[in-house]
Design a protein around this ligand. Structure first.
Ligand code: AMP
Ligand code: GLY
Length: 437
């Protein structure tokens, strides 16, 4: 039987999901709410912003009318607001965790307490609900710290501090001036600053089954050489050689298994089992792996490189997660293209700061002719028959190659064909792994 699917979101991650679903012989209609110019081409857009809780009722009625069987929720905000619970309550199959489980990303305090409870390796930390106590703690540390606002702050609530003065200022900004909002500023986590290489480890989770996806590395800083402010992610490659088979196995036993079991068993008489994709942001330190954070969803742009390599039918996989039959895919039934993938993100001029939208994007047809390349759309929109920019991260140009160097070369070959006024991108995606060779 064909499955009609609704994907919620409008980023590069959602385009990658829509594109991969569209390749399945089992896919019926693939709808995206609200989607972008790319999801409109590989699926069909519904002009309702599904990330806004005010629209869920209307969206559920539209989904009913369209015969949607499965709802896939991309971003963290709707998940943290209970989107999965809402659509499950309306009788849909859903890929995505409940509001309670999404706290693993939505609350840094919850995530750290869960890590402590489950004995997951992470940076030493304390939680504060008052600035005075936080200041005293910071002043008595003999190591640099990171100050984290408790709630979702569009990736901006984390301040990696170089010294005590900067940490004290971060407390001021988050708790006193409430720069990231009153709610996010009520509690903070102060933790030890760690050094090392970062790695994104994702796993599909349903019931007691955990299926790790291949290790991926993101590039968060806006400029080459990891310089400049952090962004949502400027590029990725997969598999990341830093994620050795031993490290992947260790992540499963020391991070995913205890975390998923702790969520299933619960804490303080509450249970919050996880269903969907669990993302552990790791730091590979001299002392071993440490979890920096969890996300309750696919990474962006990690998803682009992972799905570019996925051979297994994504409709089957998402349904297996939603139905808690993911165990059917254990023992090597999850198959990836052996070739590595590289994704380069092209951004609007000024991003991650202020930028303008509405710039025409040229070269999409030419880039589409390259083999082993897929140009995923992120912040794009259709204006008549033109595709224009509509966000900070605009395109996620993704390529496969026989080796990492070839994948990188192919991705940049496509980038060269694409243009819009003000476009900027990093030119060193995957170099960390290439230089080690
Ligand atoms: P988070 O939102 O917790 O992932 O933090 C965002 C980014 O801040 C991470 O990707 C790291 O680059 C950095 N970060 C978070 N925690 C630490 C830490 N304990 N030590 C060093 N860097 C960190
Ligand atoms: N690329 C990092 C994230 O999705 O949070």
């Amino acid at each position: 039987m064909k499955t009609n699917i609704l994907v919620i979101g409008k980023g590069g991650r959602e385009h990658a999901i829509v594109w991969k679903l569209s390749q399945s012989p089992r896919a019926g209609k693939i709808l995206c709410a609200p989607g972008n110019a790319g999801t409109a081409l590989d699926g069909a857009n519904i002009p309702i912003d599904g990330t806004d809780p005010n629209n869920w009722d209307r969206l559920a009625r539209t989904a009913d009318k369209e015969g949607v069987n499965l709802v896939v929720i991309g971003p963290e905000d709707p998940l943290a607001n209970g989107c999965a619970d809402f659509f499950r309550g309306r009788g849909f199959k859903v890929f995505g965790p409940s509001k309670d489980a999404a706290r693993i990303e939505a609350s840094k305090v919850f995530a750290k307490e869960l890590m402590r409870h489950a004995d997951v390796p992470t940076a030493e930390f304390r939680v504060f609900d008052h600035p005075a106590a936080a200041r005293t703690y910071i002043e008595t540390r003999d190591y640099p710290v990171v100050v984290k606002a408790d709630g979702l702050a569009a990736g901006k609530g984390v301040v990696v501090c170089k010294d005590t003065a900067e940490a004290l200022q971060a407390v001021e900004r988050i708790m006193v001036r409430e720069e990231f909002g009153a709610k996010a500023g009520r509690h903070i986590v102060v933790e030890k600053r760690l050094d090392g290489e970062e790695l994104s480890m994702l796993a599909l989770v349903a019931g007691r089954t955990i299926l790790p996806l291949p290790p991926t590395q993101d590039h968060k800083a806006v400029f080459n050489g990891d310089k400049g402010p952090n962004t949502g992610g400027m590029g990725t490659y997969c598999p990341a050689p830093a994620g050795t088979p031993e490290l992947v196995a260790e992540t499963e036993t020391s991070v995913f298994v205890p975390t998923v079991h702790a969520m299933k068993r619960g804490m303080k008489d509450e249970r919050f089992p996880f269903n969907g994709v669990l993302f552990a942001g790791l730091m590979l330190t001299n002392q071993g792996l440490r979890v920096l954070e969890y996300n309750c969803r696919f990474g962006d742009p990690e998803t682009q490189v992972i799905l570019m390599r996925l051979k297994t039918d994504l409709v089957d996989l998402f349904e297996a997660v939603a139905n808690e039959t993911l165990g059917d895919f254990e023992d090597g039934k999850l198959v990836f293209d052996p070739r590595p993938a590289v994704c380069v993100v092209m951004c609007s001029g000024g991003y991650p700061g202020k930028y303008e939208s509405g710039k025409q994007i040229l070269g999409l047809d030419e880039a589409a002719k390259l083999s082993d390349v897929k140009v995923f759309h992120a912040g794009t929109a259709l204006k008549g028959d033109r595709v224009v920019t509509d966000g900070g991260r605009v395109l996620a140009v993704t390529a496969l190659g026989d080796d990492l160097a070839a994948a990188k070369a192919r991705a940049y070959e496509a980038v060269k064909l694409l243009s819009f006024p003000g476009a900027h991108f990093r030119t060193d995606i995957a170099d960390k792994a290439l230089k080690k060779k």
